[in-house]
Design a protein around this ligand. Structure first.
Ligand code: SF4
Length: 392
C-alpha cells in the first residue's frame, strides 16, 4: 500500500535518516542495502533522494516542532563529493524545519577521512562524525575484508581529532575470523585513549546472505567462539566504565551526556523518517520501509510515487513489544508501571517471576518499578525480551 499524499498530516517528526548505499568495496560480513561505488549511479540516486525528501516533506514536513536529529549513514556517505552532501542538506532544510541545535551526524570511512574532506563536512553544519574504523589492527582488518589498512585507521582517527568536532564516534568490530580477543582489547584501549564522545562496539554476526555466511570456516569459527566473544564484551564494558564511559545501550558507550541523539530518539519511540534505499520510517504507530534495491526505488520516484516496499500499522501488542525490546537494550531499562499504563497490558506474575530470576542471576537490576539489564543481561537481550513479550 502506498502513502496517501493528498493531505498534510501534522505530526511531529523528530529525526531524519538519509541512506547512501554506495561503498568503495563490499565487506564480506555486510548485510546492509549497499552497492559497489558506481559513480555513474550517484546522480540518479541523489536526484531520487531529493524527490523523496520533497514528497515526504509534503505529508510530514514543517509541523509544530522542529527536527532534532539528522543522521546520514549507509553504505558509505563519504563516497559522495562535498557538493552532493551540501545539496542533500539543502533539500532537507527546504522541506523540514531543523532545530537550531539539531545534531547532524555523518558516517565517514577511514579511506575518506582526509583533513580537507572533514573540514568541508564541518563547514556544511555537520556536527557529529562517526568513523567506521572497525579496528586499528592490520590482521583484523584483513580478516574482515575491509578496504583500509591499519595505517589508514590510525591516520583517519588522527585527522578526525585534529579536524576538531568534539562530538565524534568510533566504530569497532569484534569477532573477525581467526583473530583472538587480544587484538580487540588493544583496539578498545587505543580507541578510548583518543577520548571520543562516543564508541560503538559490535560483535560480528554472520548474517544470512553475506559472503561470510557462505564460508563454512567462518561459520565454524563464529559458532565456536561465542563464549570468548561474550568474555571480551564484558571485559570491554568493565574497562570502558572504569575510563568514564557509560555503557548506555547494548553496543554503545558515551561520555556523560554524549549519547547519539538519533539513536536515543528512535529507541524512545519518536517519529522518524528514513530516505533512500531500504530506509525505515515510523510515524504515530505506522511503520514502513523503502525498496531495498536501486531499480524499484528509482522507478517509483521517476513516477512521482513514494518508494515504500512494505507498510504496516502496529497493533497494540506490537507497540508494547517494541517498547519493551528497545527499553531493555538500554541501561535505563523499562519502567514496568509506566509500560502497563501506556500500552494497556498487565506485567503480571509470569513476567515478575522471570524478572526475579534475572536479578538473582545478576542479569538484571530492579529499582522500584524499573527493570534494567546488566552487561551480562545485555549479552542475552534478545532471548530475554522474547520471554517477556506479550502475545500478538
Ligand atoms: S563499508 Fe560499511 S556499509 Fe559498506 S559494505 Fe562495508 S560494512 Fe557494509
Amino acid at each position: 500500500m502506498l502513502p496517501d499524499s493528498s493531505h498534510c498530516v501534522v505530526t511531529s517528526i523528530q529525526a531524519l535518516y538519509l541512506h547512501v548505499p554506495f561503498c568503495h568495496t563490499i565487506c564480506p560480513f555486510c548485510a546492509f542495502a549497499v552497492h559497489g561505488n558506481r559513480t555513474a549511479l550517484h546522480r540518479p540516486y541523489l536526484d531520487a533522494l531529493r524527490d523523496e525528501i520533497a514528497l515526504r516533506g509534503k505529508t510530514h514536513g514543517t509541523p509544530a516542532s522542529a527536527v532534532r536529529a539528522v543522521y546520514i549513514g549507509g553504505g558509505t556517505p563519504s563516497t559522495l563529493a562535498l557538493d552532493d552532501v551540501a545539496h542533500m542538506l539543502q533539500s532537507l532544510r527546504r522541506n523540514f524545519k531543523l532545530a537550531p541545535d539539531a545534531e547532524i551526524a555523518f558516517e565517514v570511512n577511514p579511506e575518506d577521512a582526509l583533513p580537507e574532506y572533514l573540514a568541508g563536512l564541518l563547514a556544511l553544519g555537520i556536527n557529529r562524525i562517526s568513523l567506521g574504523l572497525q579496528s586499528f589492527d592490520g590482521a583484523t582488518l584483513a580478516a574482515l575484508g575491509r578496504g583500509h589498512d591499519a595505517g589508514q585507521s590510525r591516520a583517519a582517527a588522527e585527522a578526525l581529532q585534529s579536524a576538531g568536532p568534539d562530538n565524534f564516534n568510533l566504530d569497532l568490530l569484534h569477532g573477525a575470523p581467526g583473530i583472538g580477543g587480544e587484538a580487540f582489547r588493544r583496539d578498545v584501549q587505543a580507541a578510548s585513549d583518543l577520548r571520543p564522545a562516543h564508541l560503538s562496539l559490535y560483535i560480528l554476526d554472520v548474517e544470512p546472505g553475506t559472503l561470510f555466511a557462505r564460508n563454512p570456516q567462518v561459520r565454524q569459527w563464529a559458532a565456536t567462539h561465542r563464549e570468548a566473544q561474550g568474555e571480551a564484551f564484558l571485559w570491554a564494558s568493565d574497562f570502558l566504565t572504569a575510563r568514564g564511559y557509560r555503557h548506555y545501550e547494548v553496543s554503545n558507550y558515551c561520555l556523560p551526556g554524549r549519547e547519539g541523539r538519533q539513536n536515543l530518539l528512535v529507541w524512545e519511540g519518536a517519529n522518524y523518517l528514513g530516505f533512500g534505499t531500504g530506509a525505515h520510517s515510523h510515524v504515530d504507530g505506522m511503520r514502513w520501509h523503502n525498496h531495498r534495491h536501486l531499480r524499484p526505488y528509482l522507478r517509483c520516484l521517476e513516477k512521482g510515487r513514494a518508494p515504500d516496499h512494505y507498510r504496516e500499522s502496529l497493533t497494540p501488542a506490537q507497540r508494547a513489544n517494541e517498547a519493551l525490546m528497545l527499553a531493555l537494550r538500554r541501561d535505563t531499562g523499562i519502567d514496568v508501571a509506566q509500560w502497563e499504563r501506556t500500552y494497556g497490558f498487565l506485567w503480571g506474575s509470569r513476567r515478575e517471576r522471570i524478572a526475579h530470576r534475572l536479578v538473582q542471576e545478576h542479569k538484571a537490576r530492579r529499582d522500584g518499578s524499573r527493570l534494567a539489564l546488566t552487561p551480562q543481561g545485555f549479552l542475552l537481550a534478545d532471548g530475554i525480551t522474547e520471554q517477556l513479550m506479550v502475545e500478538s
